[in-house]
Design a protein around this ligand. Structure first.
Ligand SMILES: O=C(O)CCC(=O)C(=O)O
Ligand SMILES: [Fe+2]
Length: 372
């Protein structure tokens, strides 16, 4: 799998990089014969621009500093901006999030050291029914979204860290010979959970709900930290580091990665790069919030490819409400002319469906019922 550069033409990397760094338009993934990873640079002009967009990107940047400092009026002002972004883009960057950069760096380092182990050591921790452990290379296929017709396994391997608060659930299993791995990843997990919780009032106000609406519904959240490794491989047709998909989450928090590769699909159906903006997080709305809000907050398709001649790691944190929380349509997102569009499932039920659809491990065992 480690077969060197992926676009056989060395010019591809050179022509792709400047555009990718500028968040420009990519070719549709679904077009089987489209040139991949080096499309013509062209803007549709239809992409919604917002006043807070960074200099080189159409994905807005939201400053959380004022609201986290408790500045008067900041919650309402930031929530109004968040509402606009979630209704039109579904992806944003946040700055002044409060997560120490040293912890982010240490977590990337832990991910790299985990994946550098011999395959045998990783396979000893193979994914279990609680969706915890090691997901081997090319053993997940993005099926649950209807976004691409040809579905090949994703060109990545991953390790999942689950919450440790519930003694009834199997505990995380840890590698024996990756020093500090457990401590670092659990510390990062706790930091991510705290950040997501601090953001809940923003999402509540953005949806015209009382500021504490989500608090009790997310006090034992069904979150998961994923440590993904995208090796530098030669992609074939319809192959991706991770194929076009939407996240199942309420929100996903993705630490900035020194190696770019994330791309999002605009409402106009074009793929754009999410450029690296140091010190920020990428945050996106997932399917849970999309369903809960009756489609009002977008769950935007995205994908990742590793165009670099070196390994790429990603450490997304998928945040969900409590498993028993009902996703019955939020009261501010429906009226007589806009009836609920999605079943009032619980988060756990929705997650079980999503997981069974996407992970070969669970497809082989349709009776699996773990809720992560
Ligand atoms: O690798 C990335 O940048 C994004 C990964 C992603 O979308 C996911 O794991 O759901
Ligand atoms: Fe994702």
């Amino acid at each position: 799998m480690q077969s060197g550069r992926r676009c056989g033409n060395p010019a591809v990397l050179e022509c792709a990089l400047p555009r990718h760094a500028a968040g420009a338009i990519d070719a549709p993934a679904d077009t089987a014969d489209a040139p991949r990873h080096c499309p013509p640079a062209a803007s549709s002009g239809e992409w919604p621009m917002t006043g807070t967009a960074g200099p080189n990107t159409v994905i807005p940047v939201l400053d959380l500093g004022p609201v986290f400092a408790g500045e008067p009026g900041a919650l309402e002002a930031t929530a109004a901006e968040l509402r606009r972004v979630c209704e039109t883009v579904g992806f944003l960057y946040i700055r002044n999030h409060g997560v120490p950069q040293a912890l982010i760096d240490a977590t990337f380092d832990a991910a790299a050291r985990f994946h550098a182990q011999p395959l045998e050591a990783k396979m000893a921790l193979k994914l279990d029914d609680a969706m915890q452990g090691y997901l081997p290379y090319r053993s997940s296929t993005t099926r649950a979204n209807g976004l691409v017709a040809v579905r090949k396994p994703n060109e990545n391997e991953a390790f999942f860290v689950n919450p440790e608060r519930d003694p009834a659930k199997p505990a995380n299993r840890w590698p024996d010979s990756v020093p500090g791995f457990r401590e670092t990843t659990l510390r990062y997990y706790a930091e991510m959970e705290a950040l997501a919780r601090r953001m809940l009032p923003l999402y509540a106000r953005a949806l015209d709900l009382p500021a504490d609406f989500f608090d009790a519904r997310c006090d034992a959240p069904l979150a998961s930290l994923r440590l993904t490794h995208y090796p530098p491989v030669e992609y074939g047709a319809d192959e991706y580091g991770i194929a076009p998909h939407t996240d199942s989450s309420f929100i996903t928090l993705l630490a900035q990665n020194p190696v770019p590769g994330l791309q999002i699909r605009t409402q106009a159906g074009e793929w754009i790069d999410a450029p690296v903006i140091p010190g920020t997080y990428v945050v996106n709305t997932g399917d849970v919030l999309n369903r809960w809000s009756n489609g009002r907050f977008l769950s935007t398709p995205h994908r990742a490819v590793n165009m670099q001649p070196r390994a790429r790691y990603a450490i997304p944190f998928f945040y969900h409400p409590n498993p028993e929380t009902s996703l019955e349509c939020l009261p501010t997102c429906t009226d007589a002319a806009n009836p609920p569009r999605f079943p009032a499932q619980t988060v756990g039920e929705y997650m079980a469906w999503f997981r069974n659809s996407n992970y070969d491990h669970f497809r082989a065992k349709p009776a699996a019922t773990a809720a992560v």
